[in-house]
Design a protein around this ligand. Structure first.
Ligand code: F6P
Length: 468
C-alpha cells in the first residue's frame, strides 16, 4: 500500500478534480484524461485530499466527498479558463512541450492569468495541507505552484510530476517566461518526469535558466537540493485484468464483434482528439492499405475512438475538421452499404465499454507523434489476458520504454507504418503470444501503484522537515 511519508494524508494538486458534471443539475462523473485515471486508484488506497478545478466556469463549490475521495474545488472564471487553461496551458505549453507538433502561441495576457491561477492553486493547497505533510503537484498547468507553496509553507514536503514530455532546450528556450517556470519548479523537493530524456532536458534548462549547478540528477539551489528523476507512469493492471475477464465484458466484446459483421480482424485506435496523437498519419497509412486492397470491409474493420477534447482551442477545431474530412473521404471511397471502412466515434466511453473494445481489437494502433507516456497502450495490454492481440506502438511515446515487444513504428514513416499494420494482421502465432506475455509481465510488476510508491518513496528520501 502506498503511504505518504509520515503516514499522514497526501494532498494531490492537479488542474482537474477527478470528477466533473455537465451542469449543476447533472450527477458527478469521472473527468477525462490519463492523469485522473492514474491517480484515482492511488487515492482509493490511502487517505488524501484532492485540490483541483471541477470543469465548469465560475462555480464556487464547498469541499465535498465523492466515493471516498475528499475534494477541494478551486474556482476558475470564464476568463481564467480562456487564458490559463485553453490559452497558456493548452495553446502555449502543450504544443511547445510536445516538440511543436502544433503551433505554439505566445500571449502576454495568458501568462498573467497562468501566474494568477497558479497562485490560487497554491493557496488552496496550503489551506488543505496539515503541518509537515506531503503535497504532490501534477503537470504542466501548475509549474509555478511548487515555489509559491514553499514560500507560504516551508514545512511541507513538495513533489511535482509532469505527465507530458519536457522538451529539449532549443525548443524550451522559445518560451519568454522560461526563467520563471524553472524557478517555479525548483520550489519542489522532487521533480518527476516520465522518461530519462525528459529529466535530462529539464536539468539542462535549469542550468541555463537558473544558473544552478547540477550533480548527476541533483540540482544545487541555494541551500537546497532538488532531486530530479524518471518515474514512468502506469495503469491499474490488476483492476483492468479483472474487468476484462468479467463475463459481462467478454459478452459485450462478442456483441461488438458481431455488430461489426464478425470480421476476420478488428483494428482499434483510441485517443483524445489531439494533434499529438498522430491520428491523421495513421488514417493516411490505413487509407493506402485500403487502396491497395490489403485491408477493407467486410474482412477487416477499423474502429477509431476520438474522444472530445479542448474543443474551444483553435488547433483542436482545425484538427477535428481535417480528421472528419479524411474519415468521410475514406468511408466514401472504401465502404459498402452497412459496412463502413472506419467506424469513427467522436465520443468518450466508460471504463467497461473501453475494456470490451480492447478485447474486441486484434490489433491496437497507438501512433502518437509525441506522447509523455500513453496509457491506452498499457490499458490494451492489461486487458489481453489470453495473451492474444498485437500492439503497434510509436517510438515517440514514453510507453515504448516499457512495451518493447510491441511492433514499434515511426509515425512519420508511411511505408513503415503500413508494413507494421500488415505484420500485425499476420500475427497470432506463438511468437505473438510470447511478446504479449512479456509486456503483460512488465506492467503487472510496474503498475500504477508501483509508480506512486516509487515517487512517494523517493520524495520521502528528500530533506527532513520539521513540522510547525
Ligand atoms: O496528461 C496531460 C493532460 O493534460 C492531463 O493533465 C489531463 O488529465 C489530460 O491530459 C486531459 O486533458 P484536459 O484536462 O485538458 O482535458
Amino acid at each position: 500500500m502506498v503511504v505518504a511519508p509520515g503516514g499522514e494524508a497526501l494532498v494531490i494538486v492537479a488542474n482537474r478534480l477527478p470528477v466533473e458534471r455537465a451542469d449543476p443539475a447533472s450527477p458527478w462523473r469521472t473527468s477525462p484524461g490519463g492523469l485522473v485515471s492514474a491517480l484515482i486508484p492511488v487515492l482509493q488506497r490511502q487517505p488524501g485530499v484532492w485540490v483541483g478545478w471541477a470543469g465548469a466556469a465560475d462555480e464556487d463549490l464547498d469541499p465535498f466527498d465523492f466515493e471516498g475521495l475528499s475534494l477541494q474545488p478551486v474556482t476558475l472564471s470564464a476568463t481564467d479558463i480562456e487564458r490559463y487553461y485553453e490559452g497558456f496551458s493548452n495553446a502555449t505549453l502543450w504544443p511547445l512541450y510536445h516538440d511543436v507538433t502544433g503551433e505554439a502561441v505566445f500571449e502576454r495576457g495568458w501568462w498573467e492569468a497562468y501566474s494568477r491561477v497558479n497562485q490560487r492553486f497554491a493557496e488552496a493547497a496550503s489551506r488543505s495541507a496539515p503541518p509537515g505533510s506531503t503535497v504532490w503537484v501534477h503537470d504542466y498547468q501548475l509549474q509555478l505552484v511548487p515555489a509559491l507553496l514553499r514560500r507560504a509553507r516551508p514545512d511541507l514536503r513538495i513533489g511535482w510530476f509532469n505527465h507530458i514530455p519536457f522538451p529539449g532546450y532549443e525548443i524550451y528556450a522559445r518560451l519568454p517566461w522560461r526563467h520563471q517556470i524553472v524557478e517555479g519548479l525548483l520550489g519542489a523537493d522532487l521533480l518527476g518526469f516520465q522518461r530519462r530524456d525528459d529529466a535530462v532536458n529539464f536539468l539542462r534548462a535549469a542550468r541555463r535558466c537558473a544558473e544552478v549547478v547540477t550533480r548527476g540528477s541533483v540540482v544545487e539551489y541555494g541551500d537546497r537540493q532538488i532531486r530530479v528523476g524518471a518515474f514512468p507512469i502506469s495503469v491499474d493492471t490488476a483492476a483492468l485484468d479483472a474487468l476484462a475477464r468479467d463475463p459481462t465484458t467478454r459478452a459485450r466484446a462478442r456483441q461488438i464483434r458481431h455488430d461489426l459483421g464478425d470480421p476476420e480482424a478488428v483494428l482499434l485506435g483510441v485517443d483524445r482528439l489531439d494533434y499529438t496523437k498522430g491520428i491523421i498519419n495513421r488514417l493516411r497509412a490505413y487509407s493506402e492499405l485500403l487502396e491497395e486492397g490489403a485491408v477493407g470491409p467486410p474482412r477487416t474493420v477499423l474502429i477509431q475512438v476520438a474522444s472530445p477534447s479542448r474543443d474551444r482551442v483553435r488547433e483542436y477545431q482545425l484538427l477535428r475538421e481535417e480528421l472528419e474530412t479524411l474519415v468521410g473521404r475514406i468511408n466514401g471511397d472504401y465502404s459498402s452499404v452497412g459496412r463502413p471502412a472506419i467506424h469513427y466515434l467522436h465520443q468518450s466511453f466508460p471504463r467497461d465499454e473501453m475494456a470490451a473494445l480492447y478485447l474486441t481489437a486484434d490489433v491496437m494502433l497507438v501512433t502518437p507523434l509525441k506522447d509523455g507516456m500513453n496509457l491506452v497502450a498499457k490499458e490494451y495490454v492489461a486487458c489481453r489476458s489470453d495473451e492474444s492481440g498485437v500492439l503497434v506502438l510509436s517510438e515517440f511515446t514514453g510507453a515504448v520504454d516499457d512495451l518493447r515487444q510491441a511492433i514499434v513504428i515511426n509515425p512519420w514513416d508511411m511505408d513503415g507504418t503500413k508494413e507494421a499494420i500488415r505484420q500485425a494482421l499476420n500475427g497470432g502465432g506463438a511468437a505473438t503470444r510470447r511478446r504479449m506475455r512479456t509486456m503483460r509481465n512488465h506492467i503487472f510488476t510496474e503498475d500504477v501503484h508501483h509508480w506512486a510508491a516509487a515517487f512517494l518513496g523517493a520524495l520521502e528520501l528528500t530533506v527532513d522537515r520539521d513540522p510547525r
